[in-house]
Design a protein around this ligand. Structure first.
Ligand code: FMN
Length: 229
């Protein structure tokens, strides 16, 4: 019996919940999954497929950063744009991730689409989006979220929920009759990829892995390579 804390892995497997070896569904052929030799195009195809299947947050990804002592750190965020220029997300520049990215502008991202049984991981160089891009995205958000961005000193100590609600009320009153400007500390980062790896689950853990790599300056042509699972 293999127990992971309170989870009885044998029971989960016999219920078919984590059983990978006895799966009934057919495996999709390679050409239905690896639909492009361009990793950006391929990512976009996979995100489209995930958007049709994932119940919640197909754009959710983990973001790994490293602090000044070399200690890694990871948290979930939402992807807001992905194209030839890179992967964009928005956050508070004074948050822990913001400070880490400004001190060490490199990051890794990982998507996991459980219902598709696929994952994508990215390594890249990080830069700030332009103020115009951040303004445009901030303006597209609901007013309550805009007020929340002013109210939250993200990653700083909070005495209790009341302190946060007081800040929300304060900024809500301040901007009650006007448009909410973007807080100067709220903006986005773009991860310019140097490496993108596509992974899909296959039977008996003989998974497919396809890695794309280009120059460490995030420029140049992509080269691809299959990897052992
Ligand atoms: C699904 C999901 C999506 C999230 N999206 C974002 C996001 O886009 N931006 C953000 O700042 N925090 C987002 N968060 C909250 C972060 O995980 C994290 O708690 C917060 O950004 C503070 O991280 P830090 O202290 O490392 O800076 C999200 C959390 C979850 C679970």
């Amino acid at each position: 019996m293999s127990n992971y804390g309170d989870f009885d892995m044998m029971a989960l497997e016999s219920n078919g919940l984590v059983n990978m070896e006895k799966r009934q569904e057919k495996e999709e052929p390679d050409e239905a999954v690896f639909t492009s030799e361009d990793p950006i195009r391929l990512f976009s195809d996979w995100l489209d497929a995930a958007s049709k299947k994932e119940l919640n947050d197909p754009t959710a990804m983990s973001l790994a950063t490293v602090d000044v002592t070399g200690m890694p750190n990871v948290r979930m965020i939402l992807l807001k744009q992905a194209d030839e220029d890179g992967f964009v997300f928005y956050t508070n520049l004074e948050s822990r991730k913001g400070e880490e990215l400004i001190a060490n502008p490199k990051a890794a991202l990982c998507f996991h689409w459980k219902t598709l049984r696929r994952s994508v991981r990215v390594q890249g160089l990080v830069e700030r989006v332009t103020d115009e891009e951040a303004d445009a995205y901030f303006a597209s958000r609901p007013k309550d979220s805009q007020i929340g961005a002013w109210a939250s000193r993200q990653s700083r100590p909070l005495k209790g929920r009341f302190e946060l609600e007081t800040e929300v009320a304060k900024f809500g009153a301040k901007y009650a009759l006007t448009k909410v400007p973007r807080p100067p500390q709220w903006s986005g980062f773009r991860v310019r990829p140097v490496q993108i790896e596509f992974w899909r689950d296959r039977w008996f853990r003989l998974h497919d892995r396809l890695k794309f790599e280009r120059g460490s300056d995030a420029k140049g042509d992509w080269k691809s390579q299959r990897l052992f699972p």
